[in-house]
Design a protein around this ligand. Sequence first.
Ligand code: APR
Length: 242
Amino acid sequence: MRIAVLSGAGISAESGVPTFRDDKNGLWARFDPYELSSTRGWAEHPERVWAWYLWRHHLVQRVQPNDGHRAVAAWGNHPGVTDVAVITQNVDNLHERAGSAAVHHLHGSLFEFRCDSCGSRYTGPLQDVDEPTLELTPPVCALCAGLIRPSIVWFGEPLPERPWQAAVDAVSIADVLVVVGTSGLVYPAAGLPDIALSRGAVVIEVNPEATPLSGTATVTIRESASTALPTLLERLPVLLGG
Ligand code: APR
């Protein structure tokens, strides 16, 4: 059995990584998430956007993968499973730290940085951020003096070609697609379950809340990721009614 997993912010929420949409009480609550995560927001307020991502970069280093991430990583050792491909919209590295090998990041990474002007990779120093700070000046590119930005896919930008193609390939050959912790609102990632369904795959949604996918998924499990994922494969025959 080939398994593909499409994960979103909900799987990391239980590790203590707040989503934009959840972070209602924090320093950033008064900002529209689209402003902090869009090409327009960056152009208008680079110091604010840089401070927000640098805070998340440091925050993610302090948290740990949870039982949901660990369960996905362990599926590769489950009898009868030949392949597990993880496709994530998350920019953290919790799937990797839990032990998943093939992780395709559709929306980039909090751990890669590049020049916004010439595109060259930045590996220089980053400010330490112990407490969230509203504005910080981004570093400057040594080659062209452009501003350094996180290698994150913002609203208004295309997805990187290679992980997107890997995601489409993995979903196209999967027998089972597990969609976990995503609101299913952001395309093109939200279109991946339809590819799996059109190929006859079983699509299992794990989410405590209803989403646009809930009506078409083969099975919907209204539980948190850390509750549902550790026993999911054992429950599969019952869930599929066999
Ligand atoms: N287990 C499973 N699902 C959960 C849990 C949990 N413990 N907690 C919350 N959820 C669900 C919520 O019900 C919601 O449907 O996770 C989903 C999180 O939705 P979003 O915050 O919209 O996150 P996501 O779908 O990953 O967002 C997609 O939008 O913000 C941009 O680029 C960013 O990658 C992100 C994209």
